[in-house]
Write a protein that binds this ligand. Structure first.
Ligand SMILES: [Mg+2]
Length: 240
């Protein structure tokens, strides 16, 4: 049998963007999807109390913008919020109301089948191979655990959540801090040396390495950097 990078690992810990999924998925697919569907979504969900709560947040933000003399689009009732929401998306404002509303739109898009997450072609075969050989699979991503679960449940390759034993997000800590990886090893109950972490960001690999984990640098089409800075590198999961 040919040697594989995962031979001495009991656990595979995976990053998402740039590792299982194109880095452009969030900006190229998710954000445009929310922008295009927000008017429809507000029309069909205007009675929903949680959607009303998001609109209250946005309305307050809008009033604050007006008070500060910022140039913003007019707001009328219900779907009248759409121009302002498009404005917030265009200026990439970190807005609580906007984030919350986008989350609901993506959730609905995944559930009704209009939205499917992208996975590289070798992802599902690797998930099958790893789990068949008794390895456990975990995810560590900056997206919320709920967003991660949606992404793997509603992928172009079908529901992949059955392969995944658990999810970690930045509630555990920064992906660039060694302590986060120590916490993950503790939570899984496996020595760090038995965990193989794969990511497209070397700062994350350095932190995982300090914590004692095995590491692999992911080189995928569309990634920001292909400089592995000395870390062992892969272009797909076929050798892992
Ligand atoms: Mg990444």
């Amino acid at each position: 049998m040919t040697a594989r990078y995962s031979d001495t690992a009991e656990v595979i810990l995976l990053d998402i963007e740039g590792t299982t999924t194109p880095v452009d998925y969030v900006f190229g697919v998710l954000f445009p999807f929310a922008r295009d569907y927000v008017a429809d979504f507000l029309t069909t969900h205007q009675q929903d109390a949680q959607v009303q709560a998001d609109l209250q947040w946005l309305r307050q933000e809008y009033e604050t913008d007006l008070t500060q003399g910022l140039s913003v689009p007019d707001w009328q009732e219900v779907t009248g919020a759409v121009p302002y929401i498009h404005h917030l998306i265009a200026i990439d404002r970190k807005s609580t109301g906007l984030k919350s509303l986008q989350g609901k739109i993506w959730n609905q898009g995944y559930r009704d089948g209009t939205l499917r997450s992208q996975m590289f072609a070798d992802v599902k075969p690797a998930f099958e191979r790893w789990t068949t050989t008794g390895k456990q699979l975990f995810i560590f991503s900056s997206g919320s655990v709920q967003a991660q679960q949606l992404l793997f449940r509603y992928s172009e390759m079908g529901d992949l959540t059955g392969f995944i034993s658990g999810y970690f997000d930045t509630q555990t800590g920064s992906k660039r801090e060694a302590e986060s990886y120590c916490k993950i090893a503790n939570a899984i109950g496996v020595a760090p040396e038995k965990i193989l972490f794969i990511s497209d960001v070397t700062a994350e690999l350095k932190a995982a390495q300090v914590a004692g984990m095995q590491t692999l640098f992911s080189i995928r089409l569309g990634n920001h950097s292909s400089d592995s800075e000395g870390f062992a590198a892969i272009q797909n999961f076929d050798d892992v």
